[in-house]
Design a protein around this ligand. Structure first.
Ligand SMILES: Cc1cc2nc3c(=O)[nH]c(=O)nc-3n(C[C@H](O)[C@H](O)[C@H](O)COP(=O)(O)OP(=O)(O)OC[C@H]3O[C@@H](n4cnc5c(N)ncnc54)[C@H](O)[C@@H]3O)c2cc1C
Length: 456
């Protein structure tokens, strides 16, 4: 049956049992050990068009793999055709338009490496192996969000394959309804075969914040971070995270097995000016630091700082919530939740939300949550025999923090694919998204995602 599709491809078709099948079906979160009906390794846009037409004609579901990093494992599923873009990773900078074109398999590392050759950036995320496609379609939050907004806010145009197999351009002028929907609406509306992103001058060196605090001071650190946020300049964006240090060579002994709270951030103004140091100073004094390596680094170095800390080749359970305010009540509930943790390998992240990302009106793009103070993410990696215990803890952590959330919203790039969570997160934008879905994908062909069901 697959002969016809195989003949049309520039890339490769891999069927179960064939060479490469087991390697190709691995995604970042190994909890998803799925057996796709076939894998189409795309070398050109036309491969994805052929795969969509074939799948539609034969009533086979499809999944789309960009960087394969989604914690919900939506890029793969039993019995579906996986459209794999991991060999389409070209980035082309256009200095006349101040934009860059990214193919759908581009990772954040690929993107930064190429754009930094020209001293340019787009706001993306903070781990180099993450795919830009999934990240950008559902938001995209990194060290430049205060100044330039989310990655999705910086999509200038895209090429997209619809459920009918049409390959169209989407921009403010062409299919403006789809242009609105893909800036936050995830993989619901079609397969993006290239993105055009806005570029801004920055780098190659930047002033980066890099401070470690003792977890015993977590309450003070979080409270002071919230206070800083009230008047934080757009130029400063930062992430905080708490985890337990390993007892490994290279790590000073007093830190072995110690739970710490780390803050990593960026000043996006001119790095050689005193204003930058003044602007970030409060983040270096949230409590008494254990270490402070704040200083000038290459932008690409900052972007890869947490590559080794990100778990790899492990099963992960994760969840997220947008938080209204990190006040004492929220902090007490959070610290009590962390106390209940059944495993030392918990990573809790607090990504502040302010500046440009919050000033864009909720209805301006599909990405609706523009009034949170922090995005809270819990991730635990685990051996398979502990799956039930860890998943139960993740659910209980989610429930415990729900009362402190912004309208029960989550970051869809960091939460299970769940109907209620998806609906709550899109909020007032959901109906408009469902109507656009009905227009372009009435049979819900693109459904292995944080799904928006077609409806009038
Ligand atoms: C280690 C790690 C670090 C992370 N750091 C950050 C961070 O700093 N900031 C942040 O915002 N997020 C971060 N994330 C979350 C990240 O944004 C999501 O995991 C995102 O979905 C990754 O995109 P991907 O292309 O790698 O995912 P995939 O798993 O390949 O795809 C996820 C979904 O996106 C859709 N999709 C992918 N490609 C296409 C396409 N071409 N056309 C249409 N739909 C498509 C599909 O619905 C697919 O199921 C991180 C995740 C991990 C694992």
């Amino acid at each position: 049956m697959y002969e016809q599709l195989k003949a049309e491809l520039t890339g490769r078709l891999i069927l179960p049992g064939e060479d490469g099948y087991d390697d190709r079906r691995k995604i970042w979160n190994t909890a998803f050990d799925k057996l796709p009906a076939a894998i189409v390794v795309c070398k050109a846009d036309t491969d994805a068009v052929a795969a969509v037409k074939f799948a539609k004609a034969n009533d086979i579901p499809v999944t789309i793999r960009g960087g394969g990093h989604n914690v919900a494992g939506t890029s793969i599923c039993d019995g579906a055709i996986m459209i794999d873009f991991s060999e389409m990773r070209k980035v082309t900078v256009d200095l006349e338009r101040n934009t860059a074109i990214a193919e759908p398999g581009v990772t954040l590392g690929d993107y930064d490496t190429e754009t930094q050759k020209y001293g340019m950036v787009t706001p993306t995320g903070t781990v180099t192996e993450t795919g830009i496609a999934g990240l950008a379609l559902s938001g995209g939050t990194g060290y430049l969000r205060g100044k330039f907004g989310l990655t999705s806010d910086n999509i200038v145009s895209a090429r997209l394959i619809t459920a009918d197999g049409d390959h169209i351009k989407v921009s403010a002028q062409e299919h403006p309804d789809l242009y609105w929907a893909i800036r936050g609406g995830g993989g619901n509306f079609g397969i993006v075969t290239s993105f055009e992103f806005q570029l801004y001058p920055l780098g190659p060196e930047v002033l980066s914040v890099d401070v470690m605090y003792d977890y015993k001071d977590a309450k003070q650190v979080l409270r002071n971070a919230q206070a800083f946020l009230r008047n934080a300049p757009d130029d400063v964006s930062f992430n905080m995270m708490t985890f337990q240090m390993a007892a490994a060579p290279g790590i000073p002994e007093p830190l072995h097995n110690k739970r710490v709270i780390v803050i990593a951030g960026l000043y996006a103004g001119e790095s050689d000016k005193d204003e930058g140091y003044q602007a970030i100073q409060p983040l270096r004094e949230l409590a008494e630091p254990l270490s402070d390596n704040t200083g000038i680094v290459r932008f690409t170095e900052l972007q890869s700082r947490f590559d080794l800390a990100a778990p790899n080749n492990v099963a992960v359970a994760g969840t997220s919530l947008f938080i209204k305010e990190m006040n004492d009540e929220t902090i007490d509930a959070l610290l009590a939740t962390i106390e209940q943790l059944p495993s030392p390998s918990l990573l809790v992240q607090f990504w502040e939300c302010h500046g440009k990302m919050n000033r864009i009106p909720s209805a301006a793009t599909a990405f609706a949550v523009r009034d949170a103070s922090f995005l809270l993410c819990f991730d635990v990696d685990y051996p398979m025999e502990e799956e039930q215990k860890i998943k139960a803890w993740i659910e209980s952590a989610y429930e415990a923090m729900l009362p402190f959330s912004v309208r029960k919203t989550s970051y869809l790039n960091a939460v299970k694919a769940d109907r209620q969570i998806t609906k709550a997160t899109y909020g007032d934008n959901y109906e408009r998204l469902a109507a656009i879905k009905l227009k372009y994908d009435p049979t819900n062909f693109f459904r292995h995602n944080h799904n928006i069901e077609p409806q009038a």
